[in-house]
Design a protein around this ligand. Sequence first.
Ligand SMILES: O=C(O)CCC(=O)C(=O)O
Length: 319
Amino acid sequence: MDGASPRHAMESGIHTAASTRAGNLATAIHMTDPAYAGNLAGTVHSPGHRRYPLPMSYVDPQAVADYARDGAVVIRGCFTPEQVELLREGVARNLAEPGPLVAVASESSDTGRFVEDFCNWQRIPEYEEFIRTSPAAHIARELMASEHVRLYHDHLLVKEAKTQQRTPWHQDQPYYNVEGRQNVSMWMPLDPVPRESTLEFVAGSHLGPWLMPRTFRDEQAKWFPEGTLGELPKIEEDRDAFPILGWELEPGDAVWFHMLTLHGAAGSKSLRRAFSLRFLGDDMVHAPRAWRTSPEFAGLVDELPAGVPMDHPLFPVLV
Ligand SMILES: O=C(O)CCC(=O)C(=O)O
């Protein structure tokens, strides 16, 4: 199903877009309530008594329900132009001074380039400011239905103009060194993204099995040994058979998806800078691997046993 949706908000701040293919509904939420920028949703006042603050809600309950059902949801306008600009500055700094995990995920013959970098928040001040001051962690908390939110890592994904390289369909969780159900990844573009090159999701795949992670360019099984996990279906060869969600996006919008949700993206005709944050909820624990994870957290296995929360300075609790 395509979740491409009109960008106008209805009075309630929620609009529902009919799917063009599979007939399911994809709901896009507009954060139009000015209260979201503050800390309190309101107060309860009973005569003669003090006012009790109500806990702030950053996310419409419909988005929380959609996330639980589909494993992916779009939240429109969740970040201000200033927050988008802050990240553009961070990305410029990151590209000028790449970190040790930087990688080019496209062929040298590509007419563009797909550049990724990971785990830079401690050295890129704009990233840390965004992580600590934007509503991202609060939104993550509500989507994960978690009391606390821990940062897992940041991930930069830049497709230069004319990049042909697809992001192959994959789940993120099998590449990682964590396990549990309460998690969410935020992916926000810093440039307008048309429907044809947006990040897409297979609705409901977060409820299914782990599938074999492979290298993007040559499909090698560098993580789980061959045969230990089922193979991904050939989604691109039979797109109509899958409930595919995807939304045209503007800077300030973000898509939020579960670490087990199958996702992928086409190449991009125009520059597509995307910044992603991965969040961990209460039930997420360390799952050391016998192989190099992506991203790798070198030496962590010596500091954090298996099965415990990711209680380490690399993974600060944000909320
Ligand atoms: O930006 C892309 O093309 C891919 C994004 C992705 O796979 C991810 O954020 O996990």
